[in-house]
Write a protein that binds this ligand. Structure first.
Ligand code: SF4
Length: 393
């Protein structure tokens, strides 16, 4: 646990700076990742711009805490099960004990607000070709050595620039921009659970879809509850090896497998992402075992994204994943019986496309995140009428 009195560290938040820039955000909330976004979301003249503030937080009482002994509190949100003394900060960096009560510092203060194709979340079977608004805060309950947003996720909320953006403002921005969905992604939404839940409820009232991209390191009860407000989930299944989870991820494998089953049982659309890392989780026997488990426990139509690893953070000494390894992994996954196996981050790869499991025809042609053509009508293959898993309208 961490003491809340500790001094702030120097910000290393280059990722967020590049996503957010030295930009301003209109009072209703503006994504600023591209000039196109800015053009789509120009604020009414009367609205004053809002500037991201270093370390902005909006503390409020957190869910899932209960009192134990001596003013200690215990969190039941994730398997880490933090027990906090007064003044202590949690492993996920955003929860703390204030005078015997649990508080969250990850509510209404996104460090990332970004609008981009739903394919980037990545969801390949949810409203293809539409755009989604993503939000994320600082903090994470895992500590992956290959974290791609380490300078947002693996730092305290005091170390990032964040916006004052309550749930209503997030939803309003998405509606004003004509978007179809909100995405709780890039960072780890489990740790901003209360913010996600309230935003998702407001979004659903307005007919927006709620998409969650998560490592699924969460306990069963809170997961079941959030599933009532979310439409689709992409789970990072980082490996099928317990030792990998302990050594490289900082967690346990079994809770993630349990979460995957819960999400399926709740009837949500589910996709899975695995970043294939040279020498660490690229063993084909392990990939075969993982894919057989997915097929048997979750079903053969769950899309699997095999993503290319690029060296960064604590694994900067490893090479990027050879395309031949991704090819082999994809072949292994299809041989194991999975019907939708994608290769991510290799633009132009055959594995970016969707093929009908019934007749084998290409039914979505993609180039990167761009949809070139789609032969799915009312959720069925246009060629053979086989149902295709996903949310299509
Ligand atoms: S969500 Fe955070 S505070 Fe709660 S158990 Fe997990 S790491 Fe600890």
């Amino acid at each position: 646990m961490k003491n809340t009195q500790s001094k702030l560290k120097i910000s290393r938040n280059k990722f967020i700076k590049s996503a957010m820039g030295a930009c301003s955000l209109c009072a209703a909330g503006i994504a600023v990742a591209s000039s196109k976004v800015m053009a789509q979301t120009a604020p009414p003249e009367a609205e004053q711009p809002q500037t991201a503030r270093m370390g902005f937080t909006s503390p409020r009482e957190a869910a899932w805490f209960s009192s134990v002994e001596d003013s200690k509190i215990e969190c039941a949100l994730c398997p880490n099960g933090c027990r906090l003394k007064p003044g202590e900060r949690s492993l996920c960096r955003v929860r703390e004990n204030r005078d015997g009560k649990g508080y969250t510092l990850a509510h209404s203060n996104p460090a990332l607000i970004q609008e981009d194709p739903v394919e980037r979340k990545p969801f390949f079977h949810v409203l293809p070709g539409t755009r989604a608004l993503s939000i994320s805060t600082a903090g994470c309950n895992l500590s992956c050595k290959f974290c791609e947003v380490w300078d947002m996720a693996l730092v305290d909320p005091e170390e990032v620039h964040a916006y004052d953006m309550p749930p209503e403002a997030v939803v309003k921005h998405a509606m004003d921009a004509g978007l179809k969905s909100l995405s709780y992604a890039f960072g780890e939404p489990v740790i901003f659970y209360e913010y996600m839940k309230k935003t998702a409820e407001k979004a659903r009232e307005q007919g927006l879809l709620n998409l969650m991209h998560t490592a699924a390191y969460i306990n069963s009860e809170p997961l079941q509850e959030i599933c009532n407000s979310v439409d689709a989930v992409n789970v990072d299944l980082k490996s099928f090896d317990q030792e990998f989870y302990r050594e490289v991820v900082g967690g346990e494998l079994q809770p993630v497998l349990d979460s995957l089953k819960t999400i399926r049982e709740k009837g949500l659309h589910l996709e899975i992402t695995t970043i294939v890392i040279p020498t660490l989780n690229d063993d084909m026997e392990m990939i075969n075992e993982m894919c057989r488990w997915i097929k048997n426990e979750l079903g053969p139509d769950v899309p699997l994204h095999l993503a290319r690893f690029y060296p960064l953070y604590q694994l900067s000494g490893l090479p990027r994943t050879p395309v031949s390894t991704l090819d082999q992994a994809r072949e292994t996954a299809m041989q194991a019986g999975l019907n939708h196996v994608y290769v991510s981050r290799v633009t132009g790869h055959e594995g970016e496309n969707t093929f009908c499991p019934g007749c084998g025809e290409k039914i979505i042609n993609r180039v990167g995140f761009v949809i070139d053509s789609m032969d799915i009508q009312e959720g069925k293959c246009s060629h053979c009428s086989r149902e295709i898993s996903g949310i299509w309208a």
